[in-house]
Ligand binder design. Structure first.
Ligand code: ADP
Ligand code: MG
Length: 553
């Protein structure tokens, strides 16, 4: 090496690194994401410059990123053949924290501390410095495309760096080679298995192919092919491409029941690629009810904890990619971002309308989807007030008129009897038990359809007293069933008169049962059975009472 200059960073790096390591990134693996995304950016910048200066590409036009694992020397080398950095660019980009090396910047971070500090840092480019979370020394050797000079930047991340010219023979022909001297507890980053997994998880869809060289001198093995499927035109994507991609992103091996792929344009721009699985994912009823949609910024994976859909759509798998967020977006920013609020809304709408369309275009596929996920979607009826009507319309229910095939409420309403003003339902543990219920007798006799609700979630959403197309939903085990005005199918007139014998029996029963019941009355709801129990008009219905008792409440 020739003469070595010594420089001081333009901001208090030690402090900044400390803040960053302890507040911005909770997951160390992200350093690899940062370096790979810088490498990919460098390749994209070169592609852009080469539009007017094709000679920059020389005889090596294909972009690539390679990760060399050197277990023996505890090193990880990240190399790209992108644009590279000149001496001045190295000073400017890697010597200036966040390219705003002013005291004011540091003061703001210190003043903000904690949460806001993290948010502030997240908005600036500190990506490269995340290398110091795993390395105690970092060497950067870079040669800018078209230049006949190469430079070596080196630092321990503690306040200064060195810069020196290097022989072209010791530098990449074009681009940047970053060597991380791994700390004792970061040696796992020389394990092919670990690195390959992280790359596939975080960077599998950056637009540049990525290879791993298992040890110095070994052949490169490609681990990511450099195409981001969702950025392609729909017409260029086959069903098999979508299925392969779905399997990768969902970790499932079935066929998706539904694929939703769209680009939103306008005030907020993003691309969404989402799938409804063909089979139930194993974590569907996990108590934390977490979604698994991934958030990408400019094709770089950011997080799968952004909760991009409401909980009751947690079975949807896929991703959102947007260019409208900074790459270093923090958790706090994600939670508060108006852009993401907008995306959440737009995505939920698109998924729901796509499911609605599926119910018309492919009723069999929809029936299967409903069987798998209906009980989850129904959580939305009590959680998502704004979409309650839409979700009720989408829902399918078994009923006394359709015991095998669940049907939609609009069909129920269409078939309502003259004089019937409510949609009736009965909740219980299973269909056989419900079908045998004496409560149904009076409804059967009048040909009135009763929904038979057997999912545990049904007992909850019905308590929100929803109505559908202006018709209230009413439990047949609750309050008085005013069936008197509706004619029985096999007899002429409905008798609403109570005979003296019945009246006498009612007073006898009241006297005998005393405090055990709140009322005894003659009812139209029975035809064969002598008596049945009903719950009061207001208050939980019988099934919910049983469930709450069962839960020890
Ligand atoms: P950001 O990527 O947000 O700008 P980073 O700290 O990750 O912030 O990188 C700082 C700058 O260093 C980049 O903007 C880029 O100019 C330069 N840089 C980093 N890595 C590379 C690379 N592999 N090739 C070329 N330039 C790079
Ligand atoms: Mg970066």
């Amino acid at each position: 090496e020739m003469s070595v200059e010594k420089h001081v960073f333009e901001a208090d790096v030690a402090k900044l690194l400390h803040l960053m390591v302890h507040s911005v990134y909770s997951d160390k693996n992200v350093f690899l994401r940062e370096l790979i995304s810088n490498a990919a950016d460098a390749c994209e910048k070169l592609r852009y410059e080469a539009i007017v200066a094709p000679e920059l590409l020389g005889s090596d036009p294909a972009s690539r990123i390679t990760l060399t694992l050197d277990e023996e020397n505890a090193r990880l080398i990240v190399e790209d053949n992108g644009i590279g950095m000149s001496r001045d660019e190295l000073v400017e980009s890697l010597g200036t924290i966040a390219r705003s090396g002013t005291r004011a910047f540091m003061e703001r971070i210190e003043a903000a501390q904690g949460k806001d500090g993290a948010q502030l840092i997240g908005q600036f480019g500190v990506g490269f410095y995340s290398a110091f979370m795993v390395a105690d020394n970092v060497d950067v050797v870079s040669r800018r495309a078209g230049s006949d000079k190469a430079w070596h930047w080196a630092s321990d991340g503690k306040g200064s760096y060195t810069l020196s010219a290097v022989d072209l023979a010791d530098a990449p022909a074009r681009g940047t080679r970053i060597t991380l001297h791994l700390m004792e507890d970061a040696k796992t980053y020389t394990s092919r298995w670990t690195v390959e997994r992280i790359v596939k998880d975080q960077s599998g869809h950056v637009p540049v192919p990525i290879s791993i060289i298992e040890k110095p001198g070994a052949e490169p093995m490609q681990v990511a092919d450099g195409t981001a499927l969702w950025t392609k035109q729909k017409s260029d994507i086959s069903k098999e491409d979508y299925t392969d991609f779905y399997r990768g992103v969902a970790g499932q091996y079935d066929e998706p029941a539904l694929t939703v792929h769209f680009r939103a344009e306008g005030r907020h721009e993003y691309t969404a690629l989402a799938f409804v699985p063909g089979a139930k994912p194993f974590d569907l009823f996990d108590p934390d009810r977490k979604g698994r949609m991934k958030l990408y910024v400019k094709r770089v994976f950011i997080t799968d904890e952004a909760e991009l859909l409401p909980r009751y759509l947690r079975f949807v798998r896929g991703l959102i990619d947007t260019a409208d967020l900074p790459l270093n977006v923090s958790r706090e920013m994600i939670q508060e971002s108006p852009l993401l609020a907008n995306i959440r809304k737009g995505l939920a709408n698109r998924v729901l309308t796509s499911i609605e369309k599926l119910s018309e275009s492919e009723p069999e596929t929809f029936a299967k989807l409903w069987e798998n996920f209906g009980s989850v979607i129904k959580e939305g009826i009590y959680e998502d007030f704004e979409r309650r009507a839409q979700l009720l319309a989408l829902s399918r229910f078994r009923s006394t008129a359709s015991e095998d095939r669940p049907r939609a409420l609009n069909n129920y309403v269409k078939d309502m009897k003259n004089g019937q003003s409510a949609i009736y339902y009965l909740t219980g543990d299973n269909l056989a038990q419900l079908q045998a219920s004496p409560q149904l007798e009076g409804f059967r006799a009048r040909g009135i359809e009763v929904l038979l609700l057997t999912d545990p979630v049904d007992s909850f959403w019905v308590t929100t007293a929803p109505d559908f197309e202006g018709k209230p939903l009413k439990s047949i085990t609750q309050g008085a069933a005013d069936l008197a005005g509706i004619a029985k199918q096999d007899s002429e007139a409905a008798s609403s008169e109570t005979s003296p014998a019945v009246a006498e029996f009612v007073s006898f029963a009241k006297a005998t049962l005393g405090e055990a019941v709140s009322d005894v009355r003659a009812s139209d709801r029975l035809t064969e059975s002598a008596v049945c129990l009903v719950a009061p008009e207001h208050g939980p219905d019988r099934q919910l009472q049983k469930m709450l008792q069962g839960a020890g409440r």
